[in-house]
Unconditional design. Structure first.
Length: 149
């Protein structure tokens, strides 16, 4: 009868597999031994301080700030409506290939988006224009853009 041919590599692989299995078992036992069960609710809570950082210390009620909901602006700056709907501004940027640009208002310096479909002439950067403002899906847009005479 022939002897079983167990090569050196097979024995090495088997030793390595048993060693990894033993290390895994030791890690599992170590985790079980050092497990912190039963933490109190106070130990699990995290608080946000006045700078927006997480902390384990509850905030001081004396430092509490009160905000009015109407004062909070998200995304688009609020433009005050005036009696005169026509505005004046300068074309700050215009991309001919894409057909859109931005106008900087003369009175308050706000940038307003406009599309080529809202113009009545060939637009160039630096032109002084008259326009009206309308609320669009992503913010304020200029409509009826016309070159100032």
């Amino acid at each position: 009868m022939a002897k079983g041919k167990e090569t050196f590599n097979k024995r090495d692989k088997e030793k390595r597999r048993l060693k990894e299995k033993q290390e895994k078992r030791e890690k599992m036992e170590d985790r079980r031994a050092n497990q912190e069960k039963g933490k109190s609710l106070d130990q699990m809570l995290a608080y946000v301080d006045e700078n927006g950082d997480l902390t384990s210390v509850p905030p001081d009620p004396k430092k509490k700030l009160v905000f009015n909901v109407e004062d909070i602006e998200i995304g688009v700056t609020r433009i005050k409506e005036s009696d005169d709907p026509m505005k004046e501004g300068r074309v700050d940027h215009f991309d001919e290939s894409k057909g859109f640009g931005f106008i900087i208002q003369s009175d308050n310096g706000f940038k307003v988006f406009f599309h080529i479909s809202q113009t009545t002439y060939q637009v160039r950067e630096g032109d002084i224009v008259n326009f009206e403002i309308e609320k669009g899906p992503k913010g304020w847009i200029a409509i009826g853009v016309a070159k100032k005479a």
